[in-house]
Ligand binder design. Structure first.
Ligand code: FES
Length: 112
């Protein structure tokens, strides 16, 4: 089973599991500030679930690419929308600051 390394935890999930769902099921606070209440609930339009993912995941789909091409995201940043990402192997997840997780300051990372 793939492992997700996040906030000092090691979570297991099925191959192909949705990254957002797994994180939320394990109590990971995926959203920053009021984005916890103001988000699209995983349909890929708000962009607030953006994280940096290292490891084997699905290719970015059109919703992921489209939303991250719009401000305040920029497509050249190494981010993914958790709600549009399937876990295919072991992955490490990092969250950055900003309402959309678009910032440069790390809020949490795989080991803490
Ligand atoms: S939850 Fe809105 S884009 Fe992922």
């Amino acid at each position: 089973m793939p492992k997700i390394f996040v906030q000092g935890h090691e979570l297991e999930c099925d191959r192909g599991a949705n990254l957002r769902q797994v994180l939320m099921q394990h109590g990971v606070v995926l959203y920053n500030g009021n984005a916890q209440w103001i988000n699209c609930h995983g349909i890929g339009t708000c962009g607030t679930c953006a994280v940096q993912v290292e490891g084997e995941v699905s290719e970015a789909n059109w919703r992921d690419r489209t939303r991250r091409s719009l401000p305040p995201h920029t497509p050249d940043r190494h981010r993914r929308l958790a709600c549009q990402t399937q876990v295919l192997g072991d992955v490490s997840v990092t969250k950055f600051d900003g309402f959309w997780g678009q910032g440069d300051t790390i809020l949490w990372k795989p080991e803490s």
